[in-house]
Each structure stands twice: as C-alpha cells, then as structure tokens.
Design a protein around this ligand. Structure first.
Ligand SMILES: C[S@@+](CC[C@H](N)C(=O)[O-])C[C@H]1O[C@@H](n2cnc3c(N)ncnc32)[C@H](O)[C@@H]1O
Length: 185
C-alpha cells in the first residue's frame, strides 16, 4: 500500500546503505504520481509493483524490512489476517516490519472534537482548499470501522511474528512493529 511513498525519504535517510525499495500498490496512478511528483532524485532505487497486497506472489523470505503507512484501515478482519500471513511469508527470518494506521481514539477526552475533525472538517477543508480533492472523504468511516491496530496485531501474532503495539497522539494513530523470528520459514 505504498501510495506515493511519503515514507521513502525517511527510510533512505535512516538506512543510508539501502539500495532497493520495492513499492507495492494496487493503483497504477499512485505509482505514476510517486515518481513524477516526489522521487525523481532516487527513482532508480524504487521497484514498482502494481498488485493487490492480499494476493501478491512476491517471493517468500525476500524482505529485510516491510513498512506500511496508512494502508490498513480499509481492510476488514479477514483481509487483515490474509495480509498478516503475506507479511510473515515475504519477510526474511530476522526481518522487521512496521505498520501505522489512523485510528479511533476511544476513551480520549477530546475524542468528540477529533471525530468532528475527521468526519466533517478534514473532508470540507480538502474539498474547498485543495481543488475538490476527496482523498479524506471516507476517513471518518474508515477510522470508525477500523478502530485501532489491535486486530492486526493479533493477526500478526497468529501468523507467527513477534509484535509490539503502540498508541500515538492519544490513540489517533496506532502502530504495530516487530519481527519474524530467526528460524521461521
Ligand atoms: C491512504 S493510502 C496510503 C499511501 C501511503 N502509504 C501514505 O503513507 O501516504 C492507501 C494506499 O493503499 C493502496 N491500496 C489499497 N488497497 C490495496 C491493496 N489491496 N493492495 C495494494 N494496495 C492497496 C491504495 O491504492 C493507496 O495508495
């Protein structure tokens, strides 16, 4: 769910020796925009694969690190279980993963205000100030349905990975990170 790859510059800075990023996204337009708009300078390091993350036959045990930023929220529980098995299959033994997603901060005192922001303000701001864009028109519904990354954490554990779940910004985002144990194929 690489999208336009906002996270790649940070990965390249954090791991200067990184010579290859495999960007998988189902959307053709996302791949084109990624190269055109953002990543011309190091485009040769990015391999683009247009595929469904739930069905990809990307080679087993091939990735040192697997990241997803804001790609989980449209998946239901069954799809998250499939994705978790894919992550477990694709990672090298000893390889790491980190996934983050916008979440519904249940229990936070300011949640009602944040819900108004997600449900109403954000879609309106982009409609009126970003030339009719509608990238965030469904963000309220998606975060409400997704809840947080607990379901994904359980699916990853079920798939044999070690997992740590964290809350960010009072639960407005949640992340799961961990690794594939050495010795697991
Ligand atoms: C909200 S965007 C996140 C993009 C980017 N990672 C970021 O941080 O801005 C979600 C991306 O997931 C992609 N996507 C949705 N379902 C997918 C699937 N089943 N397989 C691969 N990509 C998918 C969409 O095309 C979109 O680019």
């Amino acid at each position: 769910m690489a999208g336009t790859g906002e996270v790649w510059p940070y990965l390249l800075r954090r791991f200067p020796g990184l010579d290859k990023i495999t960007a998988l996204d189902i959307s053709h337009r996302m791949h084109l925009e990624a190269v055109d708009r953002l990543h011309g300078a190091y485009a040769e390091k990015i391999i683009h694969i247009e595929a469904d993350a739930l069905k990809t036959d990307l080679e087993a045990n091939c990735a040192d690190l697997l990241v997803s930023t804001f790609g989980l929220k449209t998946f239901n529980a069954d799809q998250q279980a499939i994705l978790a098995r894919q992550i477990s299959r694709i990672l090298k033994p000893g390889g790491s993963f980190a996934l983050i997603e916008a979440s519904d901060p249940k229990g936070w005192a300011l949640r009602p205000i944040y819900r108004i922001y997600l449900d109403k303000v954000l879609p309106m701001v982009e409609r009126y100030f970003l030339r009719g864009a509608n990238d965030f028109s469904m963000i309220g519904t998606y975060t409400r349905n997704f809840g947080d990354s607990t379901q994904m954490a359980n699916a990853l554990i079920e798939a044999g990975l070690s997992v740590e779940i964290k809350k960010h910004f009072f639960g407005c985002a949640t992340s799961v990170a961990g690794m594939k144990p050495v010795g697991k194929e």
